[in-house]
Design a protein around this ligand. Structure first.
Ligand code: ZN
Length: 129
């Protein structure tokens, strides 16, 4: 299937997806079914308005833009929010899960050719954490 096809997430099977920031400095790819879409009402996520999908570190690859990534941490500081120093877009974050496994949080809004079934977004109550 060509990359130009638009698909609606969640997918039934894992696929390679490509994404990045707005100016194009930051580019990445990930292998995921986008089957655990989430948003969050915490003080930062509510402002950002992103839709997250967690991806194990082994299934994520940064293609370009490492030098443009600027980290931001808050609250428990377990998640490193990485935004592009040029265009300001956070296309992914990285951190560890509850078991200490490295993971990435992909901003599904930053993926190419991906539409989101908004009825399938899980709403995390991050404000209460
Ligand atoms: Zn950028």
């Amino acid at each position: 299937m060509p990359d130009t096809d638009t698909r609606t997430a969640p997918f039934t099977e894992a696929e390679t997806v490509h994404g990045g920031c707005h100016c194009g400095a930051v580019r990445f790819e990930a292998v995921t079914a986008l089957d655990s879409l989430g948003d969050c009402n915490c003080s930062r996520c509510a402002r950002l308005g992103w839709v997250m999908q967690s991806v194990p570190a082994r299934d994520f690859r940064l293609i370009s833009g490492a030098e443009a990534l600027t980290p931001y941490r808050f609250n428990t500081e377990r998640i490193e929010h990485l935004f592009c120093a040029v265009c300001g877009i956070e296309s992914f974050a990285r951190g560890t899960d509850a078991e200490g496994q490295a993971l990435y949080m992909v901003n599904v809004n930053c993926l190419e050719g991906v539409e989101i079934d908004r009825g399938r977004i899980h709403h995390w109550d991050g404000r209460s954490l």
